[in-house]
Design a protein. Structure first.
Length: 386
C-alpha cells in the first residue's frame, strides 16, 4: 500500500468526483456514448458504488478491487439488463487497472488482472454489443494499455529505488573505506611519532646520565648536556602533543631508531631511479634543521607522491622541488605523463588520504590535481619564523 498524504487524498477524491459527474451525466442525458438498455437508477448506484471504492485505490487496493467485482451485479439488479457506458464503466475500469498495476501489493498485483480478465470475458460472452471485432479490439486494447502503463511505471520506480539503495550502499562503503584509510594512516603516524618521542627520551636519559657522572669534574660538559636535555625534551613534548591528536594502536611495535627525514631524500630519489622513474630533486631557499615530526612528514609526502606516480601515471620522469621560506616549507612533486587507463586495484587510492592527514597534523595544506601535462602534488608546511 502507498502511504497516503493529505495531497494524495485530495487528488483521489477529486478524481472520484470527476468520474461520478461524467458517469451520471452520461446516464441521465441522451449521449451517444451510452448504449444498450438498463435502469438509470441502478446504473447510477453502481457507478457511485464503484467510484467510491476507487477513492481507496492506493490506500486499500483490495477494497477497490472488491468494489469492481460487485459493481456489475448492482448495475443489473433491476431487470438483468445493463447500460454500456464509456465514462461510467470503461474509464473507471481503466483507472482501476492502471492503479492496481502501479500500486497493488503482493499477490493482488497478479490476482487483480486475472479477475479483471474473467469479468470482461463474461461480459463479452453475454452482452451481444461487446462481441463485435471492433468493440473487442477497443476495450481489450485500452485495458491492456492501462495495465502496461501502470506496470511500466511501477518497474521504473522499483528500479530507481533499487539504484538509490545501491548508490547509498556504495556511498556508505566508500565512506567506511575512507574512514578506515584515515584510521590506518593515523595509527601509522602515531607509531612513527611514538618512535621519535621514544628516541628523544632515550637521548635525554643518556645525556642526563653523562651529566651526572661529570657534573663535578667537568661542569661545562654538564651544562651542554643539560642544554641538550632541555631542547630535546621540548621537541619531544611537541611531538607528544601531536601524537595524542591521532589514533594509536594498543600494540605499538617496531624499533626505536630515528625515522627518515629530508636528509634521506637523496636515497629515496636514487631508489626511484633504480625502479625506472627519472627523478629530478631541487632545493631552494635556506635549508634548515626541521623538527623530527615535520622532517618525517616531508619525507613521507615525497615518498608517497613518487609512489603514486609509479602506480597511477605513465610518466617516465618526475620533478621534486623543496623550497624553504621564512615561515614555510613548500614541497612540490610533478610528473609529465597521462594517468594509466587501467582500473585501480582494490586497496589502492589511500596515498592522498595519508598525505592530507600528515599535512593537517601540522596545520598545513595540500593541493593535488591534474596539471598542464601530468599530476601535481603541492604541500605547504608551516615553519617557525627564522
Amino acid at each position: 500500500m502507498v502511504p497516503m498524504t493529505r495531497g494524495r487524498w485530495a487528488f483521489d477524491l477529486a478524481l472520484v468526483a470527476a468520474l461520478v459527474g461524467l458517469a451520471l451525466t452520461e446516464i441521465w442525458l441522451p449521449l451517444d456514448s451510452r448504449q444498450a438498455h438498463g435502469s438509470r437508477l441502478w446504473a447510477s448506484v453502481g457507478v457511485v458504488w464503484f467510484c467510491a471504492h476507487l477513492a481507496f485505490r492506493r490506500a486499500r487496493p483490495w477494497w477497490a478491487f472488491a468494489g469492481f467485482l460487485v459493481w456489475p451485479v448492482i448495475g443489473t439488479a433491476e431487470r438483468g439488463e445493463v447500460f454500456l457506458l464509456f465514462f461510467g464503466q470503461l474509464v473507471p475500469a481503466m483507472v482501476l487497472v492502471f492503479s492496481l498495476a502501479r500500486h497493488a501489493p503482493g499477490r493482488l498485483r497478479w490476482i487483480a488482472p486475472v479477475g479483471g480478465v474473467l469479468w470482461v470475458t463474461l461480459a463479452d460472452l453475454f452482452v451481444p454489443l461487446l462481441r463485435g471485432p471492433t468493440e473487442l479490439m477497443y476495450h481489450w486494447g485500452v485495458l491492456t494499455l492501462s495495465w502496461l502503463a501502470g506496470h511500466g511505471l511501477r518497474v521504473s520506480a522499483d528500479r530507481a529505488a533499487a539504484e538509490a539503495v545501491r548508490a547509498h550502499h556504495a556511498e556508505t562503503a566508500a565512506e567506511q573505506a575512507s574512514r578506515a584509510a584515515i584510521t590506518e594512516e593515523r595509527a601509522r603516524i602515531a607509531r612513527e611519532l611514538h618512535d621519535i618521542v621514544a628516541h628523544s627520551v632515550g637521548v635525554i636519559v643518556v645525556q642526563a646520565g653523562a651529566a651526572e657522572q661529570v657534573v663535578e669534574e667537568d661542569p661545562e660538559f654538564a651544562r651542554r648536556a643539560l642544554s641538550t636535555i632541555r631542547s630535546t625534551g621540548s621537541s619531544a613534548l611537541v611531538e607528544m602533543r601531536r601524537m595524542v591528536t591521532v589514533l594509536r594502536d594498543a600494540d605499538i611495535a617496531g624499533d626505536l631508531a630515528p625515522q627518515p627525514g629530508v636528509d634521506s631524500l637523496a636515497d629515496l630519489v636514487e631508489a626511484a631511479r633504480e625502479a625506472g622513474l627519472e627523478v629530478d630533486l631541487t632545493t631552494s631557499g635556506s635549508p634548515r634543521r626541521l623538527p623530527a615530526g615535520l622532517d618525517l612528514t616531508a619525507y613521507r609526502i615525497v615518498q608517497e607522491a613518487l609512489t603514486n606516480v609509479r602506480r597511477h601515471s605513465e610518466a617516465c620522469r618526475a620533478r621534486v622541488s623543496m623550497r624553504y621560506g621564512p615561515d614555510r616549507l613548500e614541497i612540490r612533486v610533478d610528473d609529465e605523463g597521462p594517468p594509466r587507463q587501467e582500473r585501480a586495484r582494490p586497496g589502492s587510492g589511500n596515498g592522498l588520504v595519508g598525505m592530507r592527514e600528515r599535512v593537517a597534523l601540522f596545520g598545513g595544506r595540500l593541493e593535488a590535481g591534474a596539471g598542464e601535462r601530468g599530476f601535481t602534488v603541492l604541500a605547504v608546511l608551516p615553519l617557525e619564523p627564522v
